[in-house]
Design a protein around this ligand. Structure first.
Ligand code: ATP
Length: 250
């Protein structure tokens, strides 16, 4: 069974038809990149997977999105539980104004976990998983704002990981970072796919080709082509994809 199965998804902001009949299957423990010019619907589609668009008034969804076989838009779905399972990382690192430790512990505390040893162990394990432990282990009590932008972004990835999601959504996670920090985030994404299913929106086509197994090209609310990343970047089926990846528009 596919980890994620979107079927005939249409999405509207008011009367604006932002996503047009998109169907996509995503295998477990793989990385999928969403590419396409600005405004084509990549972030809108990404945000459907943890129901972030529910927060925007006057929006409408048709179709189904199954995760582990369950339609996440069914009435009996608990959105808080869904968001625990489907974590999200944003474009700009947005750590809380708290210590490094408390940023990672936050989700556990919100979920009512009080056992100090459990929390400390989980924070350590998560920071190790996010390849940040060695850089922060001696300053866990310091403010997260004292970290570099790239470290803050890896901390935000750790914060998302702490509550044991199985899916991570990343909306241009490296676009605000310098090349070295970007390389570290990309390395982390490749490492994380051993345990997580990851969707990453990116404007950077080299990045898509470095980190993802499959790539979806979006244009004007449609998914034009979805295939193995290598195929998309070497021999795409559609002319529009070819034009985009060779920089003819976008
Ligand atoms: N909250 C909103 N209300 C109304 N329209 C919106 C809203 N958010 C996005 N849109 C519109 O939906 C379309 C898709 O936007 P979206 O942000 O998903 O595109 P994108 O491909 O992620 O763009 P970018 O690469 O610039 O982030 C755009 O035309 C945008 O103007």
């Amino acid at each position: 069974m596919d980890k994620i199965d979107a079927r005939n998804v249409n999405f509207y902001y008011g009367n604006f038809h932002a996503l047009k009949n998109i169907s996509m299957q995503i295998e477990e423990k793989s990385v999928v990149a969403f590419i396409g010019p600005s405004g084509c619907g990549k972030s809108t589609f990404l945000r459907l997977f943890n129901r972030m668009n529910d927060l925007i008034p006057d929006t409408r969804l048709n179709g189904k999105i199954l995760i582990d076989g369950n339609n996440i838009y069914d009435k009996n779905i608990e959105v808080d539980e869904l968001r625990k399972n489907v974590g999200m990382v944003f474009q700009r690192p947005n750590p809380f104004p708290k210590s490094i430790f408390e940023n990672v512990a936050y989700g556990l505390r919100v979920n009512g976990i009080k056992d100090k040893k459990f929390i400390a162990d989980r924070v350590e394990e998560t920071l190790k998983g996010a390849a940040l432990w060695d850089e922060v282990k001696d300053k866990l009590k310091e403010s997260a704002y004292a970290l570099s932008g790239g470290q803050q972004q890896r901390l935000c990835i750790a914060r998302a990981m702490a509550v044991s999601p199985s899916v991570l959504l990343m909306d241009e996670p490296a676009s605000a970072l310098d090349p070295i920090s970007t390389a570290k985030v990309e390395e982390l994404i490749r490492e994380l796919k051993k345990n997580y299913t990851i969707i990453v929106v990116t404007h950077n086509m080299q990045q898509a080709s470095r980190v993802s197994d499959k790539t979806a090209f979006f244009y004007l609310g449609e998914m034009i082509e979805y295939n193995n990343t290598q195929k998309i970047f070497t021999n795409p089926d559609k002319e529009a994809t070819q034009n985009y990846i060779t920089g003819r528009f976008g």
